[in-house]
Design a binder for this molecule. Sequence first.
Ligand SMILES: *Cc1c(COP(=O)(O)O)cnc(C)c1O
Length: 366
Amino acid sequence: MSWEDCVRRVVPYVAGEQPKNQNVVKLNTNENPYPPAPGVARAIREFDYNTLRKYPDPDVSALVSALARRHGLDSSQVFVGVGSDDVLAMSFLTFFTSGKPVLFPDITYSFYDVWAELYRIPYARQPLDEDFCIRKEDYLKENGGIVIANPNAPTGVMADRAVLEEIIRANPDSVVIIDEAYVDFGARSCVPLIETYGNLLVVQTFSKSRSLAGMRIGYAMGSRELIRYLNDVKFSFNSYTMGAVAIAAGVASVEDEAYFQETTERVSATRERTKKALAGLGFVFPDTKTNFIFAAHRTVPAKEIFEVLRANEIYVRHWDKPRISNYLRISIGTDEEMDRTLKVLEAYLQKKACGMRPPHDDGQRG
Ligand SMILES: *Cc1c(COP(=O)(O)O)cnc(C)c1O
């Protein structure tokens, strides 16, 4: 037997492309088009590099207490990690050990099945209905845990909080993770349910609404027991997940609530305007309160539009997967970026409409 027979083989998650070309309008990874809060720049500039010779605070107390204050929780109810991907992976490892299948939607964040495979956790995908909504009954059967992104990715669909609460209440013997990566752009959070349900873990990130994807900060909120178990696993894995610079930047971001409100509202306003324009161009999409729109065109295939945009240095995301292959996920950029995108779409769709007229039709006859 060779060492290769004993390798833990996995099919990795495929992240959205990060082009080197600076001219690209990048609407493919749901990044925030605005810079992080000004206090973040200050915190990094004034960071004393001498302190880097020491290990960072393993408890990440400064960031944990800033987040606890922000959400009206106790510090013992907050866990931080290197992006919410790290927090979610750690949560899978900590809570999904029963051997029963973990449940999540068939169309959702495509990292969930990757972590399940990595940790050999059985899972069962639950089909969304034709409007991409979760069906409550699917989550009322026996399971080893539940993960629901709300709003969901890549569809942007938000579940009713009463439905989520029923699922959480009906599953007191499993941990229910609500992944709120996009909640800050106008959706309703499940954080207020934490006090009532000891099995609820709510995960959020600094990558989208706080413009800090490059810094890698994510966090989980839940009962003291859940957070204690998460920390036990973390300290058995790597005591120092968060670098000192990231901690300082994270605290500065949380401290500037006004900037956070201003930029998330600006993204939401651009989204609303973009929805109207896309609808006018013949696109259909589920309603969304995220920083992206999951849109299909009534007549032109998604793959074709994807290529046209790409040829114009506009990157969006397309998945060649069942049920969603005719959709594009378009992140919300600045107003200027969305205008450039809409102009390219309009020009192409118009040209195509003309090309589809019968050859001798000059538009005058009839
Ligand atoms: C972006 C995203 C994450 C991961 O974000 P991090 O950058 O790792 O914090 C997690 N879940 C969903 C649904 C996401 O879209």
